[in-house]
Design a protein around this ligand. Structure first.
Ligand code: ATP
Ligand code: MG
Length: 357
């Protein structure tokens, strides 16, 4: 059974207890756009305490639970009103309510406040369906106020406009410009997650245009985005922004970005394909106008895959070259073999060394 069918069953289970429950948010929005979203969010009048009595609650966080149901995980959130602006992700106060409408009104955009009941019937109290038809992102309530409550909505708006190819309704667009300074208060981690989705979108060009039009580059500390090449990989975009120490990256990501910057500056060099793992080699290929397939085949068919494949033993090398020069020579031999200047044959390599030492 599909996760979606299980979600509908879960709604039925909750309703048996005289409680309300709906699928809400991205799943319903994308369902109406004819697109399958694997993330199914559920909202319900049932409080977390009651949910725990009836279901397997794996996590609970600020009234939001993760329920395991028939082997699937669902984020189930109790209807709530949020009081005060969000600081560090959570509002000052949460009040549970039994009113669906109240819960929908605390959500960000009308297209994200459409519900589906256990019979797949759409419940659209705020007019989100029409927005989807018009491909328009409209705030719930006053845009300026909603962005002030939670400035992350600025980036969510731009992200949705980018990935869904929607337009920002004009009051929302103006409010973003007016409230942009509030992004300073948002954690780099959350900003990075949204930017990541913008950069990895097929419509990243549109995303950049929107970020520029709404004057967000400076407050996000990514002024270089104006001049970056929008390669179809987010790390290749991040590495051009030079924000390794501002936004949170892992050690490995930082190392990779540094390496990729070096590769970007230099001419095409087959040695980089040889020394890198396939994923990195594919990224290098992207920068040099070579496709994934081309690089995969190229790497697979290199005359050598590692130093061990060179047809000369270290003893033989030691007889021919001074010890301190061996490391350097190894690299030269690899380079010569990879560029087809030298055949990977023992006597050829020996001759080559004699000529080059
Ligand atoms: P997707 O899962 O495709 O990223 P989504 O709309 O489901 O999109 P989630 O982050 O999963 O986004 O959030 C689920 C729902 O919770 C949203 O549809 C929206 O109704 C509400 N929501 C999420 N973040 C916010 C926010 N910052 N402010 C108000 N409502 C929000
Ligand atoms: Mg979602």
């Amino acid at each position: 059974m599909k996760k979606f069918q299980k979600a509908l069953l879960l709604l039925k289970e909750i309703k048996k207890n005289n409680q309300q429950a709906y699928i809400v948010g991205g799943f319903v929005r994308d369902y109406l756009r004819g697109i399958w979203n694997h993330d199914i969010d559920i909202c319900t009048s049932m409080t977390p305490d009651l949910l725990k009595k009836h279901f397997v609650v794996k996590e609970e966080h600020y009234g939001s639970t993760v329920i395991e149901y028939q082997g699937e995980y669902f984020e189930v959130t109790t209807f709530r009103k949020e009081i005060g602006s969000k600081q560090n992700r959570y509002p000052a106060k949460i009040l549970y309510t039994s009113s669906l409408e109240e819960d929908l009104k605390r959500r960000d955009f009308r297209m994200n406040a459409i519900c589906m009941d256990e019979n797949k019937k759409i419940v659209d109290l705020l007019g989100g369906k029409e927005d989807i038809q018009k491909k328009l992102i409209v705030s719930i309530g006053n845009s300026e106020q909603r962005l002030e409550e939670d400035a992350l909505r600025i980036l969510r708006a731009i992200r949705f406009a980018t990935t869904l190819n929607f337009t920002l309704e004009s009051s929302l667009s103006q409010a973003i410009i007016k409230q942009k300074h509030l992004l300073k208060e948002i954690s780099y981690q959350r900003k990075k997650e949204e930017l990541e989705r913008i950069f990895s979108s097929k419509q990243a060009v549109q995303g950049r245009k929107l970020l520029i039009e709404h004057q967000l580059l400076d407050v996000l500390e990514i002024p270089n985005l104006k001049n970056t090449v929008l390669y179809p990989n987010s790390l290749l975009i991040w590495m051009q922004l030079g924000v390794d120490d501002i936004y949170p990256f892992t050690k490995e990501e930082k190392k990779k970005m540094k390496y990729l910057r070096k590769c970007k500056k230099e001419e095409w060099n087959i040695y980089r394909i040889y020394e890198s793992d396939l994923d990195t080699a594919i990224l290098i290929g992207m920068m040099k106008g070579k496709g994934r397939e081309e690089i995969t085949i190229l790497k697979k068919n290199l005359p050598i895959q590692t130093r061990k494949d060179i047809h000369i033993t270290s003893e033989e090398l030691q007889q021919l070259i001074a010890k301190e020069k061996i490391a350097d020579f190894y690299q030269k031999i690899e380079q010569a073999i990879l560029t087809n200047q030298l055949k990977n044959e023992n006597d050829m390599i020996k001759k080559w060394i004699q000529n080059h030492r």
